[in-house]
Design a protein around this ligand. Structure first.
Ligand SMILES: Cc1cc2nc3c(=O)[nH]c(=O)nc-3n(C[C@H](O)[C@H](O)[C@H](O)COP(=O)(O)OP(=O)(O)OC[C@H]3O[C@@H](n4cnc5c(N)ncnc54)[C@H](O)[C@@H]3O)c2cc1C
Ligand SMILES: NC(=O)c1ccc[n+]([C@@H]2O[C@H](COP(=O)([O-])OP(=O)(O)OC[C@H]3O[C@@H](n4cnc5c(N)ncnc54)[C@H](O)[C@@H]3O)[C@@H](O)[C@H]2O)c1
Length: 459
């Protein structure tokens, strides 16, 4: 058995920089990866989807160019070129990540599948067919998550896609039916609609984006419907039947029956922990298989930590990366940073995008905080009017007494960037009334934060 100082299992968004930092600090470190370095974000998630979403946006802009006085009579979509561009962007990111790991002194990149076989003992089934047993004082689990395959009657007998396989679909679906109506469903639904598919989105809850405020969810729904997407809410799939190739009958709890050419399952993700055999090293997991950690990302087994999507909580690339920062600082710089105080933030890359930070209105209500809601439609934002980007709204939740910004939802062009301005204000404790009176360059989207907060009473 080979004894190391540190082992990182999984080369995701947290594990990769962590392995480098551990090795650079002088610890003899191995990082184990069963597939491709970079994990979900680089290979199946953010990088490929945001690349293809940009292509679909190009199609949308061309289609609407007449409004801007540019008359494009016709255009065609070249799916192989779109997929080839996506593959090139992904390969470049993956190769650079691999090089970065291989060139780090004191770090070994081991391709294979890790399994716990005893207390802090890991068996690696290597890609070359051999097996090696490793142990270390410190073990970091960064094995991420994978698509959830829901139990739908008939699913085993139909061909379906998940968010990974759809990225390599060989033709544009004529009718893409998507199960689920959250980030993956809405981003991919709009993407394929813009490439020419008929798209139907099915959500079993009574509305899409249940975690968002109702007005925001409705605005997103209106925006997607205006592009020709059909959304069925309160609609669980009760049966699937493959009639002929590329013809799948989809029966809904609402008694509607759809005929899909392609089905995308986008109903959540599950942690990749079971195959690790966490019980063999005494690790506690919850009922869904998430590896339990405390606010310092420590598991119940001393010396074993978990970071990224494999632990409970928000599953985003920036969260996994921030987990790395916390572990690096605590273990190598001897701080005691915790996950407790970081704000929730993310951006859903529909077009326009939804930038979200901090509390929603419904969360502020649940916490019984004294708050005021301010909102501004993008149709009143100067930059939006000038560029023709008038869809969406800016909304912020402000503490009524302290004028502290508690949270914001910015649905609009550059919504993620405007949200980040507010995130910085929240981090720096800049109050809403200060933003109301602050000078911003004209005519930026962020300049309209003046107008958004103008609804607050003058101090
Ligand atoms: C379609 C899609 C779009 C997304 N878009 C965004 C976005 O725009 N913004 C955003 O913030 N987030 C986005 N996400 C989420 C984001 O990709 C994840 O939150 C992020 O990648 C989590 O990274 P991680 O560090 O937990 O692990 P991952 O990136 O999932 O990496 C885990 C790695 O561990 C490896 N592994 C697993 N088990 C073993 C084992 N037993 N032995 C060895 N190796 C193992 C896996 O092969 C994988 O490489 C998206 C996700 C999807 C699916
Ligand atoms: N822009 C981004 O940051 C981004 C983009 C894509 C994915 N992600 C990450 O990936 C994760 C997974 O995303 P997701 O969209 O797959 O899942 P999700 O867990 O966010 O949402 C799943 C949705 O599917 C619905 N659902 C579940 N079972 C269903 C069924 N049988 N029929 C109909 N509807 C059903 C749920 O009610 C829910 O609305 C997210 O948590 C997110 O963190 C992030």
């Amino acid at each position: 058995m080979r004894k190391l100082d540190a082992i990182v299992i999984g080369s995701g968004q947290g594990g990769t920089p962590l392995a480098k930092a551990l090795a650079q600090s002088g610890l003899n470190t191995v990082i184990i990866e069963k597939r491709w370095v970079g994990g979900t974000c680089v290979n199946d998630g953010c990088t490929p989807t945001k690349t293809m979403i940009a292509d679909a946006r190009a199609a949308y802009v061309v289609k609407h160019s007449y409004d801007h006085g540019v008359d494009v009579r016709s255009f065609t979509i070249d799916l192989p070129t779109i997929i080839a561009r996506k593959n090139k962007v992904v390969a470049s990111s993956r190769n650079n990540t691999e090089k970065g790991l291989q060139q780090t002194k004191g770090l070994e990149l081991l391709y294979g599948t890790a399994v716990f076989t005893g207390q802090k003992i890991i068996s690696v089934m290597k890609d070359d067919g051999t097996t090696e047993t490793l142990t270390a004082d410190k073990i970091f689990i960064n094995t991420g998550a994978k698509p959830l395959i829901p139990a739908i009657p008939g699913l085993a007998h139909v061909s379906y896609y998940d968010s990974t396989s759809l990225l390599d679909v060989d033709k544009i679906p004529t009718h893409l039916v998507i199960v689920g109506a959250s980030y993956i469903a809405l981003e991919m639904g709009q993407l394929f609609r813009r490439l020419g598919s008929t798209v139907s989105i099915l959500e079993k809850s009574h509305r899409i984006l249940p975690k968002e405020d109702e007005d925001i969810a409705h605005a997103v729904q209106d925006m997607l419907v205006s592009e020709g997407i059909t959304i069925h809410t309160g609609a669980a799939v009760t049966e699937l039947n493959q009639l002929v190739p590329e013809k799948i009958q989809v029966t809904l709890s609402t008694n509607d029956i759809l005929e899909a050419s392609h089905i995308l399952l986008a109903s959540g993700r599950v942690p990749q922990s079971a195959a690790l055999h966490p019980a063999a090293t005494g690790l506690q997991v919850d009922d869904k298989g998430y590896i339990l950690v405390n606010e310092y990302l420590e598991t119940n087994v001393p010396g074993i930590y978990a970071l990224g999507d494999v632990k409970p909580g928000p599953a985003f690339t920036h969260v996994s990366y921030n987990d790395y920062i916390i572990l690096r600082n605590n273990l190598l710089k001897h701080t005691r940073q915790s996950t407790q105080d970081r704000p929730l933030l993310y951006c859903m890359f529909t077009d326009p995008e939804l930038g979200r930070v901090g509390l929603t209105e419904q969360e502020a209500q649940q916490r019984q905080l004294p708050f005021t809601v301010v909102s501004l439609p993008m149709s009143k934002v100067a930059r939006g009017i000038e560029t023709g980007e008038t869809r969406g709204l800016m909304k912020a939740i402000v503490h009524r007494e302290t004028m502290e910004i508690l949270g914001a939802s910015i649905l609009g062009a550059s919504g993620g960037e405007v949200m980040t301005v507010l995130q910085m204000a929240m981090a720096g404790r800049i109050r809403a009334d200060q933003l109301r009176d602050m000078m911003f360059a004209h005519p930026l989207f962020s300049e309209s934060l003046n107008n958004l907060f103008m609804q607050l009473k003058q101090a």
